[in-house]
Design a binder for this molecule. Structure first.
Ligand code: ZN
Length: 72
């Protein structure tokens, strides 16, 4: 008869505790847009846009790519 108030811990909080934000962008390797894009290479000699190569997670695993920010 008494509904009570046991629903205070509702899971409506966004999951912001992940390690890295998921970035949606263009994957240079499979030539398409995808989520979880990471920058792999930055071509400093290139003039104008197009000097950045980014890859999605499947392509990073497939081609054994190391993100630019993860390098020493
Ligand atoms: Zn890809």
């Amino acid at each position: 008869m008494n509904e009570g108030t046991q629903n205070q811990s509702a899971s409506n909080r966004p999951n912001t505790a992940s390690e890295e934000p998921v970035i949606y962008g263009y994957c240079t390797w499979h030539c398409g847009y995808s989520a979880d894009i990471r920058v792999i290479n930055v071509d400093e000699q290139g003039s104008g846009p197009g000097g950045v190569q980014s890859a999605c997670l499947p392509c990073r695993e497939k081609y054994d790519l190391v993100p630019f920010s993860d390098r020493p």
